[in-house]
Design a protein around this ligand. Structure first.
Ligand SMILES: *[C@@H]1O[C@H](CO)[C@@H](O)[C@H](O)[C@H]1NC(C)=O
Ligand SMILES: *[C@@H]1O[C@H](CO)[C@@H](O)[C@H](O)[C@H]1NC(C)=O
Ligand SMILES: *[C@@H]1O[C@H](CO)[C@@H](O)[C@H](O)[C@H]1NC(C)=O
Ligand SMILES: *[C@@H]1O[C@H](CO)[C@@H](O)[C@H](O)[C@H]1NC(C)=O
Length: 964
C-alpha cells in the first residue's frame, strides 16, 4: 500500500519527457517550411494581435506552430479558434496555395472585409469564420473555391447580397450564411449566371437572421437536390412559398418562419415525407389551414401567427403519431379541441393560445405521458376537466371564461402563469465539488479548472420538453464520445441552462473541461472549437442542426486573462521589446540563481531521506536497491561538463536530460528534474526503489540517482539510437524495413509483458508510445520512462482508480471513461504503436486518428487488407509477410473493451508466431549481421556512439539479469 500511494507525483510531469531528445544531436537537418508560406504567416502575424507565442523562428511546419498544420513543407491548415485573435484578414493569405482548412471562428476581434484574393486558395475545402466581426460583402471570388465542402460565415456582420457564384461550389456540403446583414434576393441561375439552385450536393442551406428580401424563387428548388435543412427564418422575404419545395423530398427541417410570406401553403408540401420539423410561423399565410397528413414523421409543427381562413380544429392532427410539439397560436381556429389530440403518444407541448376555441378542455384519460405544457391563453374555454395523473402538465387558461369568471375567488393553478425555466445542469459524477479559486470552475468530475465555454444553439430541435434530463444526458454523452474518439484533451463537459430564445432556437451553455491539467493549450482549444465549428460532432438526431459560438479562452498559460496588445502598437513596439526582454531575462536569471542557492541550502538542512543509504556508506546497507548507485552532484557535474548546454540532449516540462561521460568513456543519460517537477524525498526514494528493481533486456535500466544540493536526478543507461518514433519518421536515419519492425515490436512487447507479468510488484506503464520505446546500438527495443508508472501492488480488483494520465492518441478510451487503470490500458497504447509501425503515421495526424483511419480503410477480403494507402510508403515495396496477422493483432489490442484485448503475454506469443511464419528466428538479435546495420547507416550521418562498447565496469553494473 505504501508503495502504490507514493508513486511518482513529481515525475508524472515527465509526461513531457521525450527521451526522443536523446538523439536530438544526431537528427539530420529538418525540412524547413516553404519560404512563401513562411512569409505569409509572418505577414498575418504582423497584422494580427494575440497570435500564439510560439509563432517565432523560420520553420512553422518543423516547429509545430500552434494552429498550423503542414503536409511536408507546405502549410495546409490554419485553425485558431477562440484564441482572441484580432485584426484583419490580409489578402496575403491567398499565397498559401496548399491551404485546405481555414478556421478562425470565435475571434470577435477579427474584422474588416474578406479579401477578394481569397478566391486564389484553390485547394480550400473548409472556410469557417463563425462568430467573428467580419463585415462588407462576401467576395464573389469565393465562387472559385470549387473544392469547398464547408462554407460557414454565420454570425458576422456581412452585408450586400449573396454572391451568385456560390452556385459554382458543386462540392459544397454545408452552406451557412446565417446571422449576418445580407440583403437582396436569393440568387438562382439564369443563362450563364450561376445560382444556388445548382447546389445539388449541398445538404444545408442556412440563411436565417439576415435581411433577405423578395420572394423565394421557384427556381431555387428542384428534384435533383438533396437538401436536408433549409432555414430562411427571420428575414424579410415576401411572396408565396414556392411549390417546387415539395420536390425536395430529402428535406428534414424547414424553417420559413418570421418573414412576410403570403398566399396559401402549396399542396405539394404533402410530398415532404421525411420532414420532421416545420415552422411557417409569423408570416401572412392565408387560405385554408394546410392539410399536411403526408408528413408522417413530423415531430414539430409551428404554424402560429398566420392569417388562415377560420376553421374548426383539423381533426387529422390527432393522427400525426410523431408529433411532440404543436404550435398553432393565433391561427383562427374555432370550436372545441378534440380530446383525442392529447393521446398522441409523444406529445410534449401544445400551444393553441389566442384562437377562438371554446367548449370544455379535457385532456382525456390516457393523455401522453410526456405532456408538459398546454397553453390556451386567450380563448373561450368555459370549463376544464381535471384528470388524475395530469398534475405534471402545466395548463394555461388565463384569459378564458374558466378563469375570468371568478376574478376574486381562489385562483386555480391553471389560471396562473407557470414558471417554465429549466434549471438543468449536468450533475456531478458521484463526487462533491469543492470551492474553486479565482475563475476556475468545478467540472462534473469535481476538478477545478479553466473551462472552455460557449453557447450551443440548436436551430430546430424535435422536442420541446426542456425538463427531461435524459435528453441532455444523451447530448452530453455524445459530446464526450465525439471528443474521445478524436482524442481531444477533454476530461468532461457540462451542459446547463437549456432555454428557447426569441427565435425558437434552443440555447444551451457548454463548458468543456481540460484533461490532464487545469487549462487548455492553444491547440487544444482550437481543435475542440474546430470539431464544433466543422460539425465533426454530430448531436443525437432529436437536436437537429446546430452551431456553436465559443467564448474567447484566456487561460492558455494557466492563469488569468492573457496579456493583450493591439495590432498596430504591436508592430511599433516590436523593436523595443527585444531590449526589454533581455533585461528581464537577466533579472530573472539573477532571481533564479538566488532562489536556487537558497533552495539548495534549505534542502541540505532538511532531514535527508536517503541518509541511511548514502553512497558513502557501505554498499551492503540497502538491499532494496539492486544495482542503482547514488551519484554525488559534483560527480555528475564533472561528467556533464557542468551541465553544459552542449551536453543537453533533451528537455521537457520536467527539466532537462543530459548526456554524461564517465571517466571510463561510458555514456549515461541524466534526467535532471527542475524545481516544479520535484517530488517529495520519500516519493523520490520509492520511485528509485521501483525503478531499480526492474531489469530486462527490453527495458531501459536505471543506473543510479542523485539527491543532493536540492537536486533530483535519475541516471539511466544511454540508449544511442533514439526513439522508435524518430526512427519511423526518418529523423534518425535508421532504415526500418518490415522485418526489423516486427523485431522491434517483439522486443517492446517483451519489455512490457515483463513489467506486467514478471516485475514484482507488477507495473503498469501508463505512457506507452513510440517516443518511449528506445533503440539501442543493436536496434533492440527498450521500453523507457516510468514517470507515470503505477504499481499494481495491493489492488485486489485488478485495477487502480487514478486520475487519468497519459498521452493523447495512445490513451485507452475505457480508462479515460472509467478512470480505472488496468494492464489492458497499456495493451491499448501498444496497439496504437503497432499501427504506427505499419503506417509510420503519428497517432493523431492532421486531426485524423490512426485507429479510426485503419478501421475505415480495412477490408479483409482484399489483399493486404486493402491497406495500401495507409501503410508506410517506405515499406510498401517489400513483401509484407504477416502484415494481415500483425494488423489483426493491433486491432485486437485497441478493442473498445479492455477485457476483449489480449494480455501482453499473448501479444508476445502472437508476434513470435508472425516472425516464425515469416521465416525469422524470434530469438535472434535485432541486428542479425553488422552488414545490415552498416547498410542501414548508409546515406545518413553515422551515430558517433553506435560502435562504443557498452560494458559497464564500474561499481554499478546495470544488471543484465533476465526476468527475476
Ligand atoms: C388531406 O389530404 C389527404 C391526401 O393528401 C386526403 O386523403 C385527406 O382526405 C385530406 N384531409 C382533409 C381533412 O382534407
Ligand atoms: C425523456 O425523454 C426520453 C427520450 O426522448 C423519453 O424516452 C422519456 O420518456 C422522457 N421522459 C419523460 C418523463 O418525459
Ligand atoms: C469536418 O467534419 C466532417 C463531418 O461533418 C468530417 O467528415 C471531416 O473529416 C471534418 N474535417 C476535418 C478536417 O476533420
Ligand atoms: C476573472 O474573469 C473576469 C472576467 O472574465 C476578469 O475580469 C478577471 O480579471 C478574472 N480574474 C482572474 C483572477 O483571472
Amino acid at each position: 500500500m505504501g508503495t502504490s500511494a507514493t508513486t511518482t507525483a513529481g515525475l508524472r510531469i515527465s509526461v513531457l519527457l521525450l527521451l526522443a531528445f536523446f538523439t536530438a544531436r544526431i537528427s539530420i537537418t529538418q525540412a524547413a517550411t516553404n519560404g512563401g508560406d513562411l512569409s505569409v504567416l509572418n505577414s498575418l502575424k504582423d497584422v494580427w494581435a494575440n497570435t500564439p507565442p510560439n509563432w517565432v523562428g523560420g520553420d512553422p511546419c518543423g516547429d509545430n506552430w500552434d494552429g498550423i498544420s503542414c503536409s511536408g513543407i507546405r502549410v495546409t491548415s490554419i485553425t485558431l479558434s477562440s484564441t482572441g485573435l484580432s485584426g484583419q484578414l490580409s489578402g496575403d493569405i491567398a499565397s498559401l496555395s496548399e491551404l485546405q482548412i481555414l478556421d478562425l471562428s470565435y475571434n470577435k476581434g477579427l474584422r474588416g472585409n474578406l479579401p477578394q484574393s481569397i478566391g486564389n486558395l484553390k485547394k480550400l475545402t473548409n472556410l469557417i469564420l463563425v462568430g467573428c466581426s467580419f463585415s462588407g460583402p462576401i467576395p464573389d471570388s469565393v465562387g472559385s473555391l470549387t473544392r469547398l465542402t464547408y462554407l460557414s460565415l454565420n454570425s458576422n456582420g456581412f452585408t450586400g447580397t449573396i454572391p451568385p457564384s456560390i452556385g459554382n461550389l458543386i462540392n459544397l456540403y454545408w452552406l451557412d450564411l446565417a446571422d449576418n446583414q445580407l440583403e437582396g434576393s436569393v440568387p438562382v441561375s439564369d443563362g450563364d449566371t450561376p445560382g444556388l439552385d445548382l447546389l445539388v450536393n449541398t445538404k444545408h442551406f442556412h440563411f436565417g437572421k439576415n435581411q433577405l428580401t423578395g420572394s423565394i424563387p421557384t427556381k431555387l428548388f428542384n428534384s435533383s437536390m438533396t437538401l436536408l435543412h433549409v432555414l430562411f427564418d427571420s428575414n424579410k422575404l415576401t411572396g408565396n412559398i414556392p411549390p417546387t419545395l415539395g420536390q425536395v423530398n430529402s428535406l428534414e427541417v424547414l424553417r420559413l418562419d418570421r418573414n412576410s410570406l403570403t398566399g396559401t401553403v402549396p399542396g405539394s408540401f404533402n410530398n415532404l415525407g421525411s420532414l420532421t420539423e416545420l415552422s411557417l410561423s409569423n408570416n401572412d399565410l392565408n387560405g385554408p389551414f394546410p392539410n399536411i397528413t403526408g408528413m408522417t414523421v413530423l415531430s414539430s409543427m409551428d404554424m402560429s401567427n398566420n392569417s388562415f381562413d377560420s376553421s374548426s380544429f383539423p381533426s387529422w392532427i390527432s393522427s400525426m403519431g410523431s408529433l411532440t410539439t404543436l404550435m398553432l397560436e393565433n391561427t383562427q381556429l374555432q370550436g372545441p379541441v378534440p380530446a383525442g389530440l392529447f393521446s398522441l403518444p409523444n406529445l410534449q407541448t401544445v400551444n393553441l393560445a389566442r384562437n377562438d376555441l371554446n367548449g370544455s378542455l379535457d385532456i382525456g384519460p390516457s393523455h401522453s405521458s410526456q405532456l408538459q405544457l398546454i397553453d390556451m391563453q386567450s380563448n373561450f374555454i368555459s370549463d376544464y376537466r381535471q384528470r388524475p395523473g395530469a398534475n405534471d402538465v402545466d395548463i394555461i387558461l388565463l384569459r378564458n371564461p374558466v378563469c375570468d369568471e371568478t376574478p376574486n375567488g381562489p385562483r386555480q393553478s391553471y389560471c396562473i402563469p407557470p414558471d417554465r425555466n429549466s434549471k438543468y445542469t449536468t450533475p456531478s459524477n458521484s463526487c462533491v465539488p469543492g470551492r474553486c479559486s479565482s475563475n476556475k470552475t468545478a467540472s462534473p468530475n469535481c476538478a477545478c479548472a479553466f473551462a472552455y465555454t460557449g453557447l450551443l444553439v440548436f436551430r430546430a430541435p424535435s422536442f420541446s420538453d426542456l425538463g427531461n434530463a435524459t435528453i441532455f444526458t444523451a447530448l452530453q454523452r455524445s459530446l464526450m464520445d465525439s471528443f474521445r474518439s478524436t482524442q481531444l484533451p477533454v476530461d468532461a463537459v457540462q451542459l446547463s441552462n437549456p432555454r428557447k430564445d426569441s427565435s425558437e432556437y434552443l440555447d444551451i451553455d457548454l463548458k468543456v473541461f481540460p484533461y490532464g491539467q487545469d487549462f487548455f493549450n492553444r491547440s487544444g482549444v482550437s481543435r475542440i472549437a474546430f470539431s464544433l465549428s466543422n460539425q465533426t460532432f454530430k448531436p443525437p438526431s432529436m437536436f437537429g442542426p446546430f452551431f456553436f459560438l465559443g467564448d474567447e479562452y484566456t487561460h492558455f498559460d494557466g492563469g488569468g486573462s492573457g496579456s493583450k496588445k493591439s495590432a498596430s502598437t504591436g508592430i511599433i513596439i516590436g523593436a523595443a521589446v527585444g531590449g526589454i526582454v533581455l533585461v528581464l531575462m537577466v533579472i530573472l536569471a539573477a532571481v533564479y540563481a538566488f532562489r536556487q542557492k537558497k533552495r539548495a541550502q534549505k534542502a541540505t538542512e532538511q532531514s535527508h531521506p536517503f541518509a541511511h543509504w548514502d553512497a558513502t556508506e557501505n554498499t551492503g546497507g540497502f538491499p532494496q536497491l539492486k544495482g542503482a548507485r547514488c551519484f554525488s552532484f559534483d560527480e555528475l557535474k564533472k561528467y556533464t561538463n557542468n551541465f553544459s548546454d552542449a551536453n543537453a540532449i533533451g528537455s521537457g516540462g520536467y527539466g532537462k536530460v543530459y548526456r554524461g561521460v564517465l571517466p571510463t568513456g561510458h555514456l549515461l543519460a541524466i534526467k535532471r528534474a527542475q524545481r516544479e517537477s520535484m517530488q517529495g524525498g520519500h516519493e523520490f526514494k520509492t520511485e528509485i526503489e521501483l525503478l531499480s528493481r526492474v531489469h530486462h533486456k527490453n527495458v531501459v535500466s536505471l543506473v543510479g540517482f542523485c539527491f543532493e544540493q536540492g537536486e533530483q536526478m535519475l541516471i539511466y543507461e544511454y540508449v544511442p539510437n533514439g526513439t522508435l518514433g524518430d526512427a519511423l519518421s526518418g529523423k534518425s536515419g535508421i532504415s526500418m524495413e518490415w522485418t526489423r519492425r516486427l523485431k522491434v515490436a517483439l522486443g517492446a512487447a517483451r519489455g512490457l509483458a515483463y513489467l506486467h507479468e514478471l516485475a514484482d510488484p507488477p507495473i503498469i506503464h501508463r505512457d506507452i508510445k513510440s517516443a518511449n520505446i528506445l533503440l539501442d546500438e543493436r536496434l533492440t527495443a527498450k521500453v523507457a520512462d516510468f514517470g507515470l508508472s503505477k504499481l499494481m501492488g495491493d489492488s485486489e480488483k485488478g485495477h487502480v482508480t487514478t486520475q487519468v494520465k497519459g498521452t493523447m492518441g495512445y490513451l485507452d478510451p475505457e480508462y479515460y471513461m472509467t478512470q480505472q487503470l488496468t494492464e489492458k490500458s497499456d495493451v491499448y497504447s501498444f496497439g496504437v504503436v503497432l499501427l504506427e509501425l505499419a503506417t509510420a503515421k503519428r497517432p493523431i495526424e492532421r486531426g485524423k486518428y490512426i485507429v479510426r483511419e485503419v478501421k475505415m480503410a480495412m477490408d479483409k477480403t482484399k489483399s493486404l487488407y486493402n491497406l495500401q494507402t495507409v501503410i508506410d510508403p517506405a515499406i510498401c515495396n517489400e513483401s509484407l509477410k504477416g502484415l494481415d496477422k500483425f494488423v489483426d493483432l493491433a486491432m485486437s489490442c485497441v478493442h473498445e473493451t479492455g477485457a476483449d484485448r489480449p494480455s501482453m503475454g499473448d501479444v508476445v506469443k502472437e508476434i513470435e508466431l508472425i516472425l516464425q511464419q515469416a521465416g525469422l528466428n524470434p530469438n535472434a538479435d535485432s541486428v542479425s549481421t553488422s552488414a545490415t546495420y552498416e547498410e542501414a547507416e548508409k546515406g545518413s550521418p553515422r551515430h558517433p556512439y553506435s560502435k562504443e562498447s557498452f560494458e559497464y565496469s564500474g561499481g554499478f553494473p546495470p544488471s543484465k539479469l533476465e526476468p527475476q
